[in-house]
Design a protein around this ligand. Sequence first.
Ligand SMILES: *Cc1c(COP(=O)(O)O)cnc(C)c1O
Length: 452
Amino acid sequence: MKQKKFILQENEIPTQWYNILADMPNKPMPPIHPATHQPLTWEDLAHIFPAECCKQELDMEHRWIDIPEEVLEKYKYYRSTPLVRAYALEEAIGTPAHIYFKNESVNPLGSHKINSALPQCYYAKQEGTTNVTTETGAGQWGAALSYAASVFGLEAAVYQVKITMQQKPYRSSIMRTFGAAVTGSPSMSTRAGKDIITRDPRHPGSLGTAISEAVELATTTPNCKYTLGSVLNHVALHQSIIGLEAEKQMQMAGEYPDTVIACFGGGSNFGGVAFPFMRHNILDGRKTEFIAAEPESCPKLTRGEFHYDFGDEAGYTPLLPMYTLGHDFKPANIHAGGLRYHGAGMIVSQLLKDGYMRGVDIPQLETFEAGLLFARTEGIIPAPESSHAIAATIREAKKCIETGEEKVILFNLSGHGLIDMPSYEQYINGDLMNYSLTEDDIKKSMKSVPEM
Ligand SMILES: *Cc1c(COP(=O)(O)O)cnc(C)c1O
């Protein structure tokens, strides 16, 4: 029997997160206040987000940040997550490469998002907040936040994009099961929602409308804070638990990755698995390669531009320095809903600019083909988002067939796809397609990037 699974003992689980901001040779440029055009201050952020998250967001100094005891206790419900050597997948590809995956689907909610939902709710509770609010597209973040809110005794209000609420009904059922109030956005419950509906009664909703409503609720309700599940620095910080565990587990396996791969929406699971290894490239001259796998239909890393842009469609958020396709970019309705975001986080954007990583864009059909192969070899049905990482891994592993290289490849399995079965059904029936973009499409959406 081949040994294939590595799990850490309870006393070996990391007790600190890793903050790559402290080690980056070039720090990200500051986020800019949209009205004053001045760098954003801690106070600007603290109106909206829990104070501790704001501190973490701007912390360029501390490399290691203690995980609060109460959060560690909750992490232990499902951590460590397994690191698995994918022998069956290797065999099916016929590659000499050694493929490992970190399985972040093994937790109550089925994706990595819980790793940041727990600390965000904990910090909110600590500072006397009673309510948290957020937006969710496909629903994974809303589900993780609803669970974390119930764990720490907070009320959660989630604005879910109206159209995905209908497309993925089980995700709202999950949120309601954990006690959250779920509202389809745009709704009549906020000023912003009313304005949108008045203008367009049949508006299907977007992350932009949902963000506007959630932020409005947070700013107009006492003791209510807003939370975000990707893009921001503090979210990537919380996700570093993935890579820190993986580093120890790779040691148990007696190997070190030549290549680290993750799918890419705003960058939190990529940063989570990659940054702890990247620190050895920055500090110790290691030569590990880092690949972020994005959809062909939303290619901000491979075809976007580095620019100050808004984080939301409506243009309410601060201006962030990032690779972007333009904040009013309307991605095709692909099944990897968690990857349909126009921009990349500030840290990842700077690292890409400085050549520490690269992006690769993958057509939808190739991701489902990869997802099916993974399911049939490793027995886990991956989230359509995660299948982008699997497809990128298969591409790299195939290169090794030609070169004969026994490359060590580590990818992050960000979630399972058990509530995405209608997507698989459509793929198997031959009803899915690819969506590629012309240069003109991209030029058009880049027009929404503000002049600075
Ligand atoms: C949200 C989500 C993603 C994309 O978000 P990142 O912040 O880029 O990690 C990827 N996979 C799954 C399963 C998700 O839920």
